[in-house]
Design a protein around this ligand. Sequence first.
Ligand code: F6P
Length: 372
Amino acid sequence: MGQHIGILTSGGDCPGLNAAIRAVGKGGRDSYGMEVIGFLNGFRGLVQDRTVELNDEMLSGILTYGGTILGTSRDKPNRMPIGNKMRDMTDVIVDTYHRHHLDALVCVGGGGTQKNALLLKNAGLNVVTLPKTIDNDIAMTDISCGFDTAVSIAVEAIDRLHSTATSHNRIIVVEVMGHRAGWLALGAGTAGGADVILIPEIPYRIERVGQAIRDRTRKGKRFSIVVVAEGAMSRRDAKTIEKLAMQKHNGSKREREKASGRLRKFHEAHVGHTIQLTKQLEALTGQESRLTILGHLQRGGTPSAADRALATWLGTTCVRILAEEQYGVMLAVQGQQIKPIPLEEVAGKKKYVPPNHPLVESARLVGTYFGD
Ligand code: F6P
């Protein structure tokens, strides 16, 4: 009798999730005789016991679809809004797992999902996770599903914005996602030939960005493309954040609470900071400036060939790991291999762009300015 496997997708959606579900479903069923069921809408599906059988009909034809056939949510097992209250639903999830006689649960998700999976592992469940996020910021893995597609979408947008920027001699600021990491901006900015790339890991000085654009104009380049990560910030803001983060970790209880609240407020207020940045650049350069925020476009639609292949590789490796009864791990891409990494080594950690990353160096060598 094959193993009983549950699978869910959790966190923000991204292209490639269906390819991963298909790989786990088909690979598990056809090659290992597993029974695979899907839970709907992330961890909430385990609470509500909402399932779907991943049979041939469900799994056929989904390789190329964006989004997730299982639905997703940002719900956490231990802090789930139920009615008007935040409740710890871990016990309910454990009950559902046993009611379905599951041997393991596969969670396809980002950084938050790794934490939630560890929590369920500590509650006694067998869990394996697959990394996905357009932000590419999950620790220990070189790459995550969805990143390649998001970079391609952003590059296509930058290509299109180039022609309108040149026609009007304008500065065009393009805000890309990425949460607090700069991978997406760095990848898309480099591939799209951005003149300026601003990422959170290299805080910028706005005067210097203005100066770099004025220098371009002096050399006869009458337009500029500025790719900005949603989490990018000025040096001054970065210093404030650093101080608050230290207080949050090292201060007294009162200081920690205060710092935590101020940090939350800063990040809330930082949403849409590129509106201000675009105005500042216009004022500093005297050049007409426009802003394009790509937003959720970067998460939608058909996955790239690379993401389909990556998801299939991760999903089929997952069923092998499940068959070997290796649990409590995330499957990480490291070089040419997929390795099972204990969830403890991934949960709560982030992978940021090292400021001296080879791609940063390459971009600098072709004249891209990083605002530092
Ligand atoms: O983590 C993926 C991501 O798209 C981030 O880049 C972005 O900050 C966030 O999710 C947006 O979240 P939501 O879709 O919940 O608004």
